[in-house]
Design a protein around this ligand. Structure first.
Ligand code: PLP
Length: 472
């Protein structure tokens, strides 16, 4: 017998929460985690998901307002995705695409992505957003070599950007804490300031309208290009809306100006759509929402709604034609480039997004509804401002909203608020003093109301705690 009997048991025997936590801290090194602090507290064990909710090992139901990690866009427990994975696993669980071979799911997904990405005909697959951004660096440098301008090496990114966590992706990102460990960034990557009006409210943005600040922030890109010499600049990379950096929604004037600057200097534009892609902003791509025409687009997360790992790069014709017609062999790729199971799940996911009309729903219904509900928080005594784009939003906490005064960082007010969220059965992320939501795109108006009710309760408790502690 080459096949073994199928068992219906889920892997592992049932254990108590404490047993899971003990084994977890004994063996599992988590991403971005202080392990001593985690061991003292014990991890929350998530055991099940359905729709926009997850359940922990104690049976608590939690409204997942972060879509797992910005990825479970169609919500948990969609049979269409589960069936697609099982069917493909039974037909062909893996084959590579290296040696002049291909598989139907990879072909169909590439074709499908070309259909939903205007101006793009080609795609390069990876298994994650980080890998896809590594691929971007390889592609961009190869492109300029083939164009006879090998001195175009520098990639400009932005402070507080998140582009992943491999050596190259963390270098592209603009997170000071990540650069501080391991001697990053790698050479050839430089950063400019982000278009964040709140962060610049006492500096560059002071006295400017939002639109004028957007144009000013875009001009920083041109300043940097001129400083470096445009003949040395290969590309500019940015997220349409900075996600992990705190849902920083740029002014409408920012992206069109960035587009003009890139064109003026021949610089390639890379739009990192890992969060914004697949409907999050109310269009298939964030670059459509903000009016840019990138040469390359990074995707991951929402392509499979996180059910299985998959990422990649949409490669525009400017780059693809040069690579294909003049490039010979491109010495780059991953074992799992075009993994058939991941591609089959992605196809089912895209079908479902279309069947449910999620992109349009975010644009015309749930996105505007969330914005309206958020606006009701404006007069909360701890809220300095709110911002949203489609179904991603930020609530800026402030010690004194009238003046925009910030809390003492030592009080870690965001973490206080996050604790109150958990206590009320809500997952919300804290980025410094910004509270973030990015719920599954299947969320309904009623569920948005439920979520906002929990957000308000958490804010109330946070304000009470701040007052009792003398922080406001
Ligand atoms: C999450 C993220 C990445 C990295 O993706 P991984 O799959 O974690 O490697 C890259 N870019 C953006 C904008 C992201 O949000």
């Amino acid at each position: 017998m080459w096949r073994t009997e199928v068992s219906n048991q889920t892997p592992g025997t049932p254990r108590s929460t404490r047993e899971w936590q003990a084994a977890d801290s004994a063996h599992f090194l988590h991403p971005f985690t202080d392990h001593q602090a985690l061991a003292a507290k014990g991890a929350r064990v998530i055991t099940r998901g359905e729709g926009i909710y997850v359940w922990d090992s104690e049976g608590h139901r939690i409204l997942d307002a972060m879509s797992g990690l910005w990825c479970v866009n169609v919500g948990y427990g969609q049979p269409a995705l589960e069936d697609a994975a099982l069917r493909q696993m039974r037909t062909l669980p893996f084959y590579n695409a290296f040696f002049q071979t291909t598989t139907p799911p990879a072909v169909m997904l590439a074709e499908r992505l070309a259909g939903i990405a205007p101006g793009f005909k080609h795609v390069f697959f990876s298994s994650s957003g980080s890998e896809a951004n590594d691929t971007n660096i390889r592609l961009v440098r190869r492109y300029w070599d083939l164009m006879g301008q090998p001195q175009r090496q520098v990639i400009i990114s932005r402070r507080n950007a998140y582009h992943g966590s491999t050596l190259a992706a963390a270098s592209l990102g603009g997170m000071p804490a990540m650069h501080a460990q391991g001697g990053l960034p790698i050479p050839g990557i430089v950063h400019i300031e982000q278009p964040h009006d709140w962060a610049h409210r006492e500096g560059a943005a002071r006295g400017l309208t939002r639109d004028d600040f957007g144009r000013l922030a875009a001009s920083w890109l041109e300043d940097k290009i001129l400083e470096l010499g445009s003949e040395t600049v290969a590309a500019f990379i940015a997220e349409p809306v900075q996600g992990a950096g705190g849902v920083i929604v740029p002014a409408d004037t920012y992206w069109p100006e960035v587009q003009r600057i890139c064109e003026r200097h021949g610089v390639l534009l890379i739009s990192d759509e890992v969060i914004c892609g697949f409907g999050r902003t109310g269009q298939w791509w964030g670059s459509q929402t903000f009016g840019s025409r990138p040469d390359l687009m990074t995707f991951a997360k929402g392509i499979t709604s996180g059910y299985v790992p998959l990422g990649g790069v949409m490669v525009g014709e400017r780059v693809a034609q040069v690579l294909i017609e003049r490039g010979g062999e491109f010495e780059h790729g991953y074992t799992y480039s075009g993994h058939p199971v991941a591609c089959a799940v992605a196809l089912a996911n895209l079908d479902l997004i279309e069947q449910l009309g999620l992109v349009q729903r975010v644009r015309e219904d749930t996105g505007p509804w969330l914005a309206r509900q958020l606006a009701t928080l404006q007069d909360h005594p701890i809220v300095g401002g709110v911002q949203s784009c489609g179904l991603m939003a930020a609530v800026q906490l402030s010690r004194e909203p009238r003046t925009g005064a910030a809390f003492d960082p030592a009080h870690a007010i965001g973490m206080v608020c996050r604790r109150h969220c958990f206590d009320h059965g809500l997952v919300m992320r804290a980025v410094g003093d910004r509270m973030i939501v990015a719920p599954p795109l299947v969320i309904t108006r009623e569920q948005i109301d439920e979520m906002m009710g929990l957000v308000r309760q958490a804010l109330d408790r946070t304000w009470e705690e701040a007052r009792a502690s003398g922080w406001v």
